[in-house]
Write a protein that binds this ligand. Sequence first.
Ligand SMILES: [Fe+2]
Length: 404
Amino acid sequence: MKKLTDNSSQLNRRKFVSTFGLLGLAGLLPKTGDAKLLPDTTGSILKTGPYLQTPLQDSITIRWITQVPCYSWVEYGEQKDKLDKKAHTSDHGLVAANNTIHAITIDGLQPARTYYYRICSKKIENFQPYKLVYGDTFTSEVYTFATLGQTDKEVSFLIFNDIHDRPESFPHLMQYAGNEKNDFVFLNGDMFNYQVDEQQLVTNLLDPLGKLFSTNTPFILSRGNHETRGKFARQLMDYFNSDRQNYYFSFQCGAMYAIVLDSGEDKPDETEVYAGIVDFDRYRIQQAEWLKKEVQKKEFKKAKYKVVFSHIPLYYSGEWHGTMHCREVWGNILNEAKIDVLISGHTHKYGIHDPVKGQHNYPIVIGGGPLDGKRTITKVKITQHAFQLSMLDDSGKEVGALKI
Ligand SMILES: [Fe+2]
């Protein structure tokens, strides 16, 4: 999960998160109960969030965006009325501050456990070299997060794909999600048409998901080809995942070992509209090298269910370059690794395709979207003995099911 490539963006640098008790920061943080910790009733500090990212068995990342530069931290604990731990991010000796995009990864957590937390952001009014003036502090209400479970735990999650800047699809499809508590929600690419700016992320994704679940249930963003487009595509990573996670990564949850691949663009890198500034062939080959090592890990081999996510499916999505190159560089590795299922989107035509020996020795699940009548929500539940997937259309009718 370590980043393989360097990225100059601020939040992608390796960071160290300090976790400390309330006493450890006397003098730096306002005390709980301090008048300055009252909620930001003016609405002038918080822009969106919190939203949970990168759920793991021993850690989670809490993100939010403020409207003004702040110093931010998280208070958390195992009891709602006892948030006795605090965490902030520090990097090269400097605590993250005077920023608006906040990401705090909390480590050292216990698996399958629920924690309570709230976010705090203290406005920086004036940042002089030898005098820093703080303003009001925003303190959120108390929310919960839960760490992922080890192999003996059940796993439940939802999948959305190909929403394409139609935020109203989220609440519409969520009405069919059922009452199951989900470990996470997986966004399998193309949440947007192309990246414009931060406000697009807030309006079309972060605010709608915040209203539905993301303050208490993490989402995992897997990049689709459309997320690689537009002038803001290169800033996307500042807002998602933890700073330790690439767009391709693996994680374990219950009996599932999940591998997330980033299938990149769908046309050749030389295509005129890409203007010479994409490099996806090399990137997919780089992922193939990583994938070869990943499937040799003993945790992968031992896992009961090996689940792979890739926005572009290796089959059933035409013969454009993206599909064919994913197939060329990843196909054999996935077959030989005996994966149980590939879960994709991209084609806008939902379907569950049986294994075809010699091509893909595993079923391929493709979610639909983005138009009315083509949208889907997919529910997955994994126990020690069964992988069960159910795909529903936007009338709530089951349009696909898979049991392994
Ligand atoms: Fe799409």
